[in-house]
Every structure is written in structure tokens, then in C-alpha cells.
Design a protein around this ligand. Structure first.
Ligand SMILES: NC(=O)c1ccc[n+]([C@@H]2O[C@H](COP(=O)([O-])OP(=O)(O)OC[C@H]3O[C@@H](n4cnc5c(N)ncnc54)[C@H](OP(=O)(O)O)[C@@H]3O)[C@@H](O)[C@H]2O)c1
Length: 292
């Protein structure tokens, strides 16, 4: 039986990957930094992994001594380990690059056969953003490592689209630019299938998006319709958003990254090859009913 280590197992995509691996009868070890998170579903409806993984390994990937044995006996490492919200302690390079590099070195030592890593769709067009640089610096290490690998590059996750529901609820929908650029976001369960296919297949670079393409304006309208509100739309011209993003650079580098990312994806379409079946409206309705 193939043994897979999932790093990032308590996160949005990682928990769906644990679920998908178990449905295909893999043996799964989950690396867990925050034990409380394994017990309950995540804030964006992702599954609790407590009764899914075969084994839990408690550790913090930036403290190598806590994960020294995490790859022992493992055939494949899947990592969606990353920093998606500023913690005001670590940088993107600490987590997205160094923590994943720690895992890669341990995987090499343990003679792991394959390493599947999640980066970001269109990363090469966003190399001015530190978080993207950290992802891609790790990708370079992975390519040079000699381990068989696959890099999955998704568009935005449904979990990220939940911010439109939050804005609709507050009554103010902030739009950067006209909101006319397009994207095809993806549900965690659909992306998890692509990730497990990547473990099984030969492709090394896999761009992936969801089955439906929307403008950001359409996503905002859908969110408002689902929560039955008519929010006021505050359209920030992109030149002004750029100015705000520049100012955040003097405050905090991670908030600056988020602001730069937001202005970048508000300028260019982010449409990747379509996969999966989950519809964004169903996700919004499920989120809205959960939150009442
Ligand atoms: N969100 C998007 O739209 C999107 C789009 C494309 C690509 N991506 C990339 O996809 C990846 C996963 O995204 P996600 O939304 O699933 O992230 P997430 O929900 O924030 O999950 C991140 C996971 O990494 C773990 N982690 C972070 N630092 C760790 C450490 N030092 N040691 C051990 N575990 C650690 C977290 O553990 P804790 O639970 O303990 O925090 C969590 O399990 C990220 O690299 C992100 O940049 C995201």
C-alpha cells in the first residue's frame, strides 16, 4: 500500500487531499501543527481529518527537530503547507520556502519516491510578490532535488471566494477596478482529485481551475443574492488600490503581499484549464446556511 505524508493537512486543500487519498485506499500520515484543528470541519466546510488519516505526526516544519522522522517509511510527500494569513511572526520565506525545504531534505534522506507541491497559477507573472517568490524558490529546489515531482498550480480556492459573502453581509462590496476580470476558482474537493491524480500520473506541471468562469463582479453579485442583501459597491480605481498597496509596504510585508496579490489578480484574467464539478453558488449557499 502506498504511504503518503500530507503536510498542510489541517488546511483547506490539505484536508480534502487526506479525504481523497483515503477514498483511493492510500495509507496517510498527516503532519499536524495545531492538534485542535483535526477534530472539527474547517471554516470553509473542509472535512475534519480526525477519523480519516491513519497516523498523525505532531510537529512544526520550521523546527526541524520536531519533524526529523516525519518522512520515514513514506513513499510520497504531498505538501500544501503554506502561510495564507499573516501571523506577524514568520515571513513567507520562513514557511512557504524554508519549512517546505526542511520537508524536502527529510524526504530525500528517507528516499521518498515523489513530492507533490502546490504553488500558484500564473506564478511567473507575479514574481514581484514575495509570497510567490517564496513558492517558486521552493519549486526550484524541488526541481533540482532529483526526486520525482509534480507542481500543481491552482487558481483561487472557493475558501478565498468566501470573502465576497463576508462583504455582502457587511453591506459594502469593495471592488478593485471595474471587477470585469475573469477567474475560474476551484473547490477543495475538486482540486484534491487533481492533486491525487498528480501523485499517480507523469505530468510535472499542472495548471488547474474550477469548472465555471466568472468576473469578480459576478461573484460579488452572486454572493449578495445568496445572502439576500443589496450591498453598496465601493469601486476603488486600480491606481488608488496600487497606492494603498504601496503604503502597506511600510506597515507589514505580509499585508503588503496580500494587497499586491489583490491588485495583480484584479488586472489580469486568471483562467486555468477547467476541472471538477462543484459550483460556486452551491458553496455560497452551504456557507450561508451554516452561518445562518
Ligand atoms: N487560497 C488560495 O486561493 C490559493 C490559491 C492557489 C494556491 N494557494 C496555495 O495553496 C497552499 C495551501 O492553501 P490553503 O488555503 O489550503 O492554506 P491553509 O488553509 O492556510 O493551510 C495551510 C496549512 O499549512 C500548515 N502549516 C503552516 N505552517 C506550518 C508549519 N510551520 N508546520 C506545519 N504545518 C504548517 C497549516 O497548519 P495550521 O493549521 O497549524 O496553521 C495548514 O495545515 C498555500 O501554499 C497557498 O499559497 C492558495
Amino acid at each position: 500500500m502506498t504511504k503518503v505524508l500530507v503536510a498542510g493537512s489541517t488546511g483547506y486543500i490539505g484536508s480534502y487531499v487526506v479525504q481523497e487519498l483515503k477514498s483511493r485506499e492510500y495509507w496517510v500520515r498527516a503532519l499536524v501543527r495545531t492538534p485542535d484543528k483535526i477534530k472539527k470541519p474547517g471554516e470553509h466546510l473542509e472535512p475534519a481529518i480526525e477519523n480519516l488519516a491513519d497516523e498523525f505526526f505532531m510537529g512544526d516544519a520550521i523546527k526541524v527537530d520536531t519533524i526529523a522522522e516525519v518522512c520515514n517509511g513514506i513513499d510520497v510527500v504531498f505538501s500544501s503547507l503554506g502561510m495564507t494569513r499573516p501571523d506577524f511572526v514568520h515571513s513567507s520565506f520562513d514557511i512557504d520556502y524554508k519549512a517546505n525545504l526542511n520537508l524536502l531534505r527529510l524526504a530525500m534522506k528517507a528516499k521518498v519516491k515523489k513530492f507533490v507541491y502546490i504553488s500558484v497559477f500564473n506564478a511567473h507573472k507575479m514574481m514581484d510578490i514575495e509570497n510567490i517568490q517564496a513558492h517558486e524558490k521552493f519549486v526550484d529546489e524541488l526541481r533540482a532535488s532529483g526526486i520525482d515531482y509534480a507542481i500543481v498550480r491552482p487558481t483561487g480556492y472557493f475558501s478565498d471566494m468566501a470573502q465576497f459573502l463576508n462583504m455582502a453581509r457587511t453591506g459594502v462590496m469593495v471592488s478593485l477596478g471595474e471587477g470585469e476580470v475573469k477567474s475560474n476558482p476551484i473547490h477543495g474537493a475538486d482540486l484534491a482529485k487533481v492533486c491525487v491524480d498528480a501523485i499517480e500520473g507523469q505530468d510535472k506541471n499542472i495548471d488547474v481551475g474550477g469548472p465555471e468562469t466568472f468576473t469578480f463582479k459576478e461573484v460579488g453579485e452572486m454572493a449578495a443574492d445568496v445572502v439576500k442583501k443589496k450591498p453598496f459597491t465601493l469601486s476603488l480605481p486600480l491606481w488608488l488600490a496600487d497606492g494603498v498597496a504601496a503604503v502597506t509596504g511600510f506597515i507589514n510585508r505580509d499585508i503588503h503581499d496580500i494587497a499586491l496579490f489583490a491588485t495583480t489578480v484584479s488586472r489580469n484574467d486568471t483562467v486555468a484549464p477547467a476541472h471538477g464539478t462543484h459550483r460556486l453558488r452551491d458553496f455560497f449557499e452551504e456557507m450561508a446556511s451554516k452561518e445562518g
